[in-house]
Design a binder for this molecule. Structure first.
Ligand SMILES: Cc1cc2nc3c(=O)[nH]c(=O)nc-3n(C[C@H](O)[C@H](O)[C@H](O)COP(=O)(O)O)c2cc1C
Length: 402
């Protein structure tokens, strides 16, 4: 989905320039063709070598001298781009863009743009609140530039307040929203579950699994960017909630069951990407379990099966998608699960394969339909897999409604 998209990434002279390395890495991993342009000031904060290594593309630092294949970078970096992003954008660059100045490569590229341009301001709170900066921002908005509001909090200059450059993941999300196919989930309510549930043994220990939540978060983020109203019920992860999504944090399988059942009747699509713990300790100790005997036996009891219950309650208009992580007899077990749980689609992966399953940024999955059809997908990043799953969901809905 993002593969083959061309993004020109401008970096300016802000202390936050180092964070753009994380952004360049996220974009490149997602298959985006990233072309970096650095201002002279930006190079005082971070070197072009970093971005060359991360993006595998030549990094542009000069309007007149370059070693790239492009004949006229100041035009081609604008015209080939699906999106131009300036992150971080200094007060200086905002002022220049707002007033049509083009005295270096980056500002000239922005001036030559016909694609959307996303500006991500980052600066000291007083610079940000200065009426000149605020007037420039208002003018840029009027001129249809996309602006990512800076965060509020501790700033590198020591101050507190607005001006902080957002985390790379947040900028990444806005970029996906701007370059994704728009609108085909408009009007649909989508519920996604994510992460691995935790079952407490005592106040400091729990049983869980290796799920990172990345697959569910990628689905939620992408469904939102394609126009859906998205709710995500998430067990603990290290990921920040996707932008524009209703976020319901839970811990145990029972809490997830409750949250999912509460929201299910209003949903058009439910995608259960969470790894729910099948068993929980029969008893949770109120005190920390002390080290004692050589052998400690834990008694476990079965958790409720959320997917099975959703399959029972499913209305004809609703599409239900499950996930299965298997280590053997993948297709056979998956087909049984589709039948037993009344699913419309099952995304099955063999977690023993390199590049598949928990914790990785990639996955190798099979899409298994109710009629027994099996679609083998190659190794791909989780965002692209999310795109394939959402395409399949739309097709199922259209078939259902026709
Ligand atoms: C340590 C340091 C940090 C700076 N951080 C910022 C910043 O976060 N935002 C900003 O607008 N300017 C910042 N500046 C000032 C810019 O680097 C300066 O205005 C420069 O001319 C910007 O050039 P450019 O917009 O062409 O990259 C900083 C300067 C220094 C010395």
């Amino acid at each position: 989905m993002l593969a083959g998209k061309f993004v020109t990434l401008g970096i300016t002279g802000s202390i936050a320039a180092y964070k753009t390395a994380g952004l360049a890495s996220l974009l490149t991993k997602a298959g985006v063709d990233v072309h970096v342009v650095m201002t002279e000031a930006a190079q005082k904060f971070i070197t072009s070598t970093t971005f060359q290594a991360l993006t595998k593309n030549y990094v542009h630092t000069d309007m007149f001298v370059h070693l790239s294949d492009l004949k006229m970078p100041h035009i081609e970096l604008a015209q080939k781009a699906d999106l131009i992003v300036v992150a971080p954008a200094t007060a200086n660059v905002l002022g220049k863009v707002a007033h049509g100045l083009a005295d270096d490569l980056l500002t000239t590229v922005v001036m030559a743009a016909t694609c959307p341009v996303l500006l991500c301001p980052a600066m000291n709170v007083h610079m940000y609140q200065n009426p000149v900066t605020q007037a420039n921002l208002a003018r840029l908005k009027e001129l249809n530039y996309h602006l990512l509001e800076p965060g509020t909090g501790y700033l590198a200059c020591g101050g507190q307040g607005p001006g902080r450059f957002p985390e790379p993941e947040e900028v990444f999300e806005r970029i996906i929203q701007l370059i994704s196919p728009a609108g085909d989930f408009e009007g649909l309510a989508v519920l996604v579950t994510a992460g691995g549930t935790r079952e407490p043994l005592d106040p400091v220990r729990f049983l869980s699994n290796r799920s990172s939540g990345k697959m569910g978060f990628a689905l939620a983020r992408l469904a939102a960017s394609r126009g859906a109203r998205v709710t995500i019920v998430a067990a603990p992860t290290n990921l920040s909630p996707p932008f524009g999504v209703k976020f319901i944090p839970v811990e145990t399988a029972l809490e997830m069951y409750q949250a999912v059942m509460d929201h299910f009747p209003q949903m058009d699509v439910v995608i259960k990407a969470a790894a729910v713990t099948d068993y929980r300790p029969a008893r949770t100790s109120r005190q920390k379990i002390k080290k004692g005997e050589e052998c400690l036996v834990l008694e476990l009891e079965k958790n409720l099966d959320i997917l099975l219950e959703l399959g029972r309650r499913k209305q004809p208009r609703q599409v239900l998608v499950g996930f299965a992580a298997e280590t053997e007899n993948l297709v056979e077990s998956a087909l049984k699960k589709v039948e037993k749980k009344n699913l419309d689609l099952l995304v099955a992966n063999d977690v023993t394969q390199p590049g598949a399953g928990f914790g990785t940024d990639t996955n190798i999955a099979k899409l298994i339909y109710r009629n027994g059809e099996v679609v083998d997908l190659p190794l791909m990043n989780k965002l692209d897999l999310a795109g394939r799953i959402l395409d399949a969901v739309l097709l199922l809905r259209r078939q259902r409604l026709s």
